[in-house]
Design a protein around this ligand. Structure first.
Ligand SMILES: Nc1nc2c(ncn2[C@@H]2O[C@H](COP(=O)(O)OP(=O)(O)OP(=O)(O)O)[C@@H](O)[C@H]2O)c(=O)[nH]1
Ligand SMILES: [Mg+2]
Length: 683
């Protein structure tokens, strides 16, 4: 590893729709580069990237995997990502570690939903983009039509840098060469098309080019990098991961024309609350700035924190600061991760992707640095989709609560789209992910990796109770047992408040019929009833309670007596006040292909949803906005997935509370009565 240099590093992420062949392609590249003798296959489950037992079982990538391979004089750090939309968390996170996003398109299926989404994401992150058309070996592919489709959809800056030849068994390079037979288009035309596009970024170069002057390789190289950086050029390569066609050429293209860390667009560092932009310099002598983009909790090796170095040099033995923590951590050993293996290295340069083991303080997204001046640096956050698909979870065996808690924490560390919520009110732990498949795989992993079996059920809905009219309540609490007795009498009235106004408590007691010192006891009793609910066990909200009269006894009136009287008086008042159950309504935004829009709106309508709008967005997609009761959409993620082949997407957010229909209210009241009876019987 002597004489390593940042300019010889190439970082790229393979992104694309599930099944486009990213994992097999990375496998083929490892073989071409001489890192591996034989290519593994997805079917046998022996690829370097899909090493997790669940990836082998499902024959899909679930996590991003980092691979290292040489390409000529350069070192390539390749990240193979998961194409399934449920596992987008790590895929999006990987984009912050690379200069180039290589979007892999399945030649058989053409442009797919994730292709569009990932192209858009990569552009938003200002990554250099390239397209790899894979599976060119497959029968009945119309590659010419596909290139046209890509240019129509993503713009005329998408241009081939090589073309399939000899009946798609190989490809011919067309940026440096202008003759040779190809299967599609003309090599000479493709050559001038891409050169024209490249020189356009530099006016002086363009003028010389038009004058017929010879342009040197270096000048063309620099213009190529600039065109990539500005999105003025999106090169297209062809490959077959099955036969290996185009893979050697792809490695050469990576070596010669993809940007080094010195050439990509600058990383998105920010500082302080004012979000000041910070420019990191890929200078080995500057202060260290590295961004943690991936955490792995390996059952054997422990926690691995994987980061991309953007500035400075990391060596074993040095101290690093983690985010804004005061105390530094020691870099005992520095690792390079390759698939499931990690090897110790003695240096990390700007551009390198390295790992530290067993450092608890490091979290996803923190900045590792050297100087307290950089404590407030952070990376421009990735706009992750909000996980809203929830399951209430508890261990199957009692006594495993601690294990459940640590398993959930470890999962949340690794997956930016996994959330844990503790609902105190309902006393349940709810996990949230992007979809049903996402959580199902994670639950399997809990079992396989941590030996934890869990029970799940749909999370309970946080209903509320309220009242619809004003009413009066009264209670005279009197208890005489031997010595000191209990006495307290309370008169109160209730009235409904507007939705979302909460709870107001007032006293209008005059003349000391209840001493001021005992009014808080009345309030305590009232609040207890509010928390417990009056008809179905849900907290009461949006009402005003006014205590206006009562009676007290100099000897027997203690706090407890007034608390009991307050509680009972309130319950009596609520009974007369037209109690009503409220349910949470969420705002749902669903994005689906135009073709299934009607089916999805129909499905939503059957779930008491009010469709608020449908809007056609770019790329054959429609966005449906609806207000829908949270209780009605428990099954929606699964139904949407089957209706749209896994491509429909939705986000949810809390909107407001609304009264439930009468028959739902009756059911909830009955369920509560049954629960209370069962509890009473068990006492
Ligand atoms: N004929 C042919 N099949 C391919 C090619 N590349 C991949 N495949 C097959 O396509 C299937 C999916 O390949 P993967 O490499 O797992 O696809 P992926 O893009 O990694 O998919 P995810 O991990 O789910 O995102 C496997 O059965 C591969 O053998 C190719 O170039 N030609
Ligand atoms: Mg894969």
């Amino acid at each position: 590893m002597a004489n390593r240099e940042t300019r010889l590093i190439r970082n790229l992420a393979l992104l694309g729709h599930s099944g486009s062949g990213k994992t097999l392609l990375s496998e083929r590249l490892l073989v071409k580069a001489g890192v591996k003798g034989d290519a593994g296959t997805i079917e046998r489950g022996d690829t370097a990237a899909d090493f997790d037992p669940l990836e082998k079982q499902y024959k899909h990538s679930l996590d991003s995997a980092i691979l290292h391979l040489p390409a000529g004089t350069t070192e390539v750090q390749l990240i193979d990502t998961a194409g399934d939309p449920d596992f987008r968390g790590q895929t999006l996170a990987a984009m912050s570690a690379v200069e180039t996003a290589a979007i892999v398109i399945n030649a058989v299926n053409g442009i797919e939903m994730s292709t569009r989404r990932l192209m858009r994401r990569a552009r938003q992150r200002r990554l250099c983009r390239m397209i790899i058309i894979n599976r060119i070996d497959a029968d009945e592919v119309d590659l010419e039509a596909l290139v046209r489709e890509i240019r129509d959809e993503f713009g005329p800056q998408c241009l081939p840098v090589n073309l399939p030849a000899e009946n798609r068994s190989t490809v011919r390079e067309c940026f440096y060469h202008d003759d040779g037979a190809t299967d599609i288009f003309s090599l000479a035309e493709a050559h001038s098309a891409i050169r024209d596009q490249v020189v356009e970024v530099d006016e002086a170069l363009m003028a010389r080019y038009l004058d017929g002057e010879e342009i040197s390789r270096e000048e063309l190289h620099d213009a190529f990098e600039l065109a990539l950086r500005e999105g003025h050029l999106v090169p297209i390569c062809f490959t077959s991961a099955r036969t290996g066609a185009g893979c050697g050429e792809l490695l050469r293209f990576i070596e010669r024309l993809l940007p080094s860390p010195l050439e990509g667009n600058p990383p998105h560092f920010r500082a302080g609350s004012e979000e000041r932009k910070v420019t990191a310099r890929p200078d080995p002598d500057a202060h260290v700035l590295a961004h943690v983009f991936k955490i792995v909790n390996d059952p054997y090796a422990g926690k691995l924190s994987i980061f991309r170095i953007f500035q400075g040099t990391i060596r074993p033995g040095m101290q690093l600061l983690v985010g804004d923590a005061r105390k530094p951590v020691k870099v005992a050993h520095l690792f390079r991760v390759h698939g499931s293996e990690h090897t110790e290295v003695d240096i990390g340069l700007p551009g390198d992707i390295c790992a530290l083991a067993k450092i608890d303080e490091i979290r996803y997204d923190v900045i590792l640095h050297e100087n307290h001046d950089e404590d407030h640096y952070y990376f421009k956050p990735i706009d992750f989709p909000q996980p809203m698909f929830g399951l209430a979870i508890e261990p199957k065996t009692r006594g495993q609560e601690q294990k459940l808690a640590s398993t959930l924490d470890k999962t949340a560390e690794e997956d930016p789209c996994f959330r844990i919520e503790h609902n105190q009110e309902l006393n349940e732990t709810v996990i949230r992910g992007l979809g049903e498949m996402h959580l199902r795989i994670l639950l399997e992993r809990f079992q396989q990796r941590y030996g934890l079996d869990v029970e799940t059920r749909p999370p309970r809905i946080a209903y509320r109770e309220t009242i619809t009219r004003a009413a009066e309540g009264h209670c005279r609490h009197k208890k005489q047992t031997g010595g000191a007795g209990q006495f307290g009498e309370v008169f109160l009235r209730v009235r409904p408040l507007g939705r979302g106004e909460g709870f107001v408590f007032r006293s209008e007691v005059v003349g000391g019929v209840i001493p001021t010192s005992l009014i808080p006891a009345v309030e305590k009793g009232v609040r207890q009833a509010l928390d417990e609910g009056a008809i179905a066990g849900f907290p009461l909200q949006d009402l005003e309670v006014v205590v206006h009269d009562g009676k007290y006894h100099a000897v027997d009136s203690k706090e407890i007596a007034f608390a009991i009287a307050g509680r009972k008086a309130l319950l009596e008042a609520i009974e007369q006040a037209g109690p009503q159950i409220l349910e949470p309504i969420v705002k749902l935004e669903v994005t689906v292909a135009d073709a299934v829009m009607g089916d999805v709106t129909g499905l939503l309508a059957s779930k008491r949803a009010r469709i608020q709008g449908t809007e056609t967005i770019r790329g054959g997609l429609t966005q449906i906005t609806a207000a829908v009761p949270l209780s009605a959409i428990t099954e929606f993620p699964t139904e949407l997935k089957s209706m749209t082949g896994g491509e429909g997407r939705f986000v949810l957010e809390m909107s407001h509370y609304e009264a439930v229909p009468a028959q739902v209210q009756q059911q909830l009241v009955e369920q509560h009565a049954e629960r209370s009876e069962a509890e009473d019987a068990s006492v």
